[in-house]
Design a protein around this ligand. Structure first.
Ligand code: GLV
Ligand code: MN
Ligand code: MN
Length: 414
């Protein structure tokens, strides 16, 4: 009976556009990094919309927001759906926020048509998914699932010395509910693909079967500060020289695991950071990803050997700090099937895929059957202010989310 049901695409698009004004950048992107003033304004607006849609709001101690729509059987576990509202510093208008607002659109569509589901529905907005300001990312879902300790997450410090727990309090989102323990039957997260596959193949829906694994490291090189004009090259203990060789060797190592291996050196922190002083210390971040756990383990030990060997050659101290390890994840068969059925029933071409990006769904999969839906984004571009997605794809994804949720929540029509 609900087969002809469709989301209100105009409402979804207009909410996405309104949210994109919060932290809007000149190049058309968004800067709404976790626990910033902009993050607070975005959260407030989201809650206002959820309350207008008659949802009950709960905020837990790590700042995750849950908006609940009752089911006809309130003793039954909920279907959880959502993503994150925080962005990269030069982020786009869809990464994360699409998953949160598409979830809201699904609930509002059910309200509009007076449809009650047996299982309650909950929208979630997780805290600090990106890890751009406070590393590592997936903080909210990691604390929720018990992977991270709450106190340790509170103690996380950003580059400017701001402390996560204090920033959470400052923006008014240190809630009272203990993280975790909600009764969840299944969880779905919809997201832009953030890569080129769907667009290249002209397919609107990705049925996501899993997520590749990743390591985050700090590669630290400690040499000796010295005068740039007077210190002969051969007398220097130059951390930059060591880092350059290490980076070159890690790129070569990654060639062995092409095309799936991905090595990214995203940040360089040079100390003291003066143009006429040979630096005393250089920290280089490495994000390494691959779908196979065995490859990740091999790369891990190779990276450590490369750093040791090059540091010795350059007569400096070098070491590897592991910031985060996230093994590859396989999603639940029930959730994958619900997404596939929804795409088929709606007549949207779809393909199976493995996510290249990390998502809160990775942690959630440890405590509940979980799945994801992808839609294409222009030129496969994300973590970029030019990130964009086509309206018809955003709407198609919303419809797939709606019908997958209906299947999981066993709908009843009043
Ligand atoms: C999440 O944004 C990631 O880095 O994959
Ligand atoms: Mn995201
Ligand atoms: Mn992201």
């Amino acid at each position: 009976m609900n087969q002809n049901l469709r989301i209100n695409g105009e409402r979804l698009l207009s909410r996405l556009a309104e949210m994109a004004q919060i932290g809007a950048t000149e190049k058309g992107g968004v800067c709404r990094v976790a626990l910033s003033d902009e993050d607070k304004v975005g959260r407030d607006l989201f809650i206002e919309w959820c309350q207008a849609a008659n949802c009950d709001i709960a905020v837990d101690q790590i700042g995750n927001i849950f908006a609940r729509r009752n089911g006809s059987n309130e003793d039954s576990p909920a279907i959880l759906t959502g993503s994150h509202l925080d962005s990269q510093p030069t982020g786009g208008k869809f990464d994360g926020v699409y998953g949160v607002l598409a979830a809201l659109e699904v609930l509002e569509t059910l309200n509009d048509h007076d449809i009650t589901t047996i299982h309650p529905l909950e929208i979630v907005s997780w805290t600090n998914e990106e890890g751009a300001r406070f590393a590592p990312g997936l903080t909210g879902s990691g604390v929720y699932t018990g992977v991270f300790d709450l106190e340790e997450a509170y103690a996380c410090v950003d580059k400017d010395g701001f402390i996560l727990g204090e920033e959470l309090l400052r923006i008014g989102y240190a809630g009272i509910a203990a993280p975790g323990g909600r009764s969840i039957k299944a969880a779905l997260e919809i997201h832009i693909e953030q890569g080129p596959i769907l667009e290249e193949e002209g397919i609107p829906i990705g049925v996501v079967h899993g997520v590749q694994g990743m390591y985050w490291y700090d590669l630290v090189f400690e040499g000796q500060e010295a005068h740039a004009g007077t210190t002969p090259m051969e007398r220097r203990k130059d951390p930059v020289a060591a880092a350059v060789s290490v980076i070159e060797k890690i790129y070569q190592l990654n060639d062995i695991y092409a095309p799936q291996g991905r090595a990214t050196f995203g940040d360089f922190i040079v100390e003291p950071g003066s143009r006429n002083t040979v630096p005393g210390k250089l920290t280089v971040t490495l994000d390494y990803r691959h779908p196979e756990e065995a490859v990740l383990r091999t790369v891990d030990s190779e990276v450590r050997s490369i750093v040791d060997a090059e540091s010795e050659t350059r007569r400096i101290k070098g070491w590897v700090d592991e910031i985060w390890y996230m093994p590859p994840v396989t999603f639940s068969a029930e959730c994958i099937a619900a997404v596939q059925h929804a795409a088929d029933q709606l007549g949207y071409p779809s393909r199976e895929m493995v996510s290249g990006a990390g998502h809160d769904a990775m942690y959630l999969a440890q405590v509940a059957p979980t799945g994801m839906i992808f839609i294409p984004c222009d030129n496969g571009l994300s973590h970029n202010e030019l990130e964009n997605a086509q309206s018809e794809d955003l709407i198609a994804g919303g419809n797939v989310l709606l019908h997958a949720i209906l299947e999981l929540a066993n709908p009843q029509v009043n």
